[in-house]
Design a protein around this ligand. Structure first.
Ligand SMILES: CC(C)(COP(=O)(O)OP(=O)(O)OC[C@H]1O[C@@H](n2cnc3c(N)ncnc32)[C@H](O)[C@@H]1OP(=O)(O)O)[C@@H](O)C(=O)NCCC(=O)NCCS
Length: 179
């Protein structure tokens, strides 16, 4: 390890030593050696990027976020501060994941669960997830969907839908009877 600001293995990237005018692309974070981090993507302090993760170009992962094993994140996607994404999460391009968003993958969690069945979320291109939302196991968020801050998302969200509340419900975007 050649840089004291990175705890894990050096990412295989020639831009590793950013010019002084730019923030460092990887700082005091853990990036598993097998992870692939795209060009121009920033990983902020104390983020944890586990084995087999692939992140596209020009994305960012905020401080204290954890990206589970084998997750795939597209390009131009923003993962906010303190986000938790379980193993196998699939996230598209231009996705906004607000600070404190948590996605779960085990509906009935137990230590050493004998019938553990991982159900990671899938979040499609251009979706936006508001701060502090919780995405329950197996939920599929369609492209361009918007999830309000603090929502608990228990069912799939259609493309371009707006949902919020606890549990999250869909609200029409044009201000009719529900708004
Ligand atoms: C969901 C959201 C997009 C709705 O915006 P909007 O369509 O402009 O809705 P309005 O602000 O007009 O609110 C409509 C109603 O829904 C309620 N509401 C709005 N957002 C809500 C939310 N996240 N959870 C529960 N209720 C919400 C409002 O109180 C209002 O109810 P009222 O008519 O009884 O007062 C927005 O409020 C939101 O949560 N954005 C995410 C913000 C965020 O987390 N950004 C990332 C971090 S910077």
């Amino acid at each position: 390890m050649s840089d004291p600001f990175v705890w894990s293995a050096e990412p295989p990237d020639p831009l590793y030593h950013a010019p002084p005018s730019e923030p460092p692309r990887y700082s005091r974070c853990f990036i598993d050696q097998s992870a692939v981090i795209g060009e121009g993507t920033y990983i902020w302090h104390f983020a944890v990027i586990l084995a087999g993760v692939v992140i596209g170009d020009h994305s960012s992962v905020g401080a204290h976020a954890e990206i589970g094993r084998g997750s795939r994140i597209g390009a131009h996607t923003r993962i906010g501060h303190g986000v938790f994404l379980p193993a196998g999460t699939q996230i598209g391009h231009h996705v906004f994941i607000g600070p404190g968003v948590i996605a779960a993958d085990d509906k009935y969690p137990r230590v050493e669960h004998p019938t553990y069945l991982a159900q990671p979320p899938q979040i499609d291109d251009y979706a936006s997830i508001g701060a502090g939302a919780i995405i329950l196991p197996g939920v599929h968020v369609g492209s361009g969907a918007v999830i309000g801050a603090g929502a608990i998302v228990t069912h799939d969200v259609s493309s371009h839908a707006l949902v919020y509340g606890v549990p999250a419900r869909e609200f029409p975007p044009d201000g009719d009877t529900l708004r």
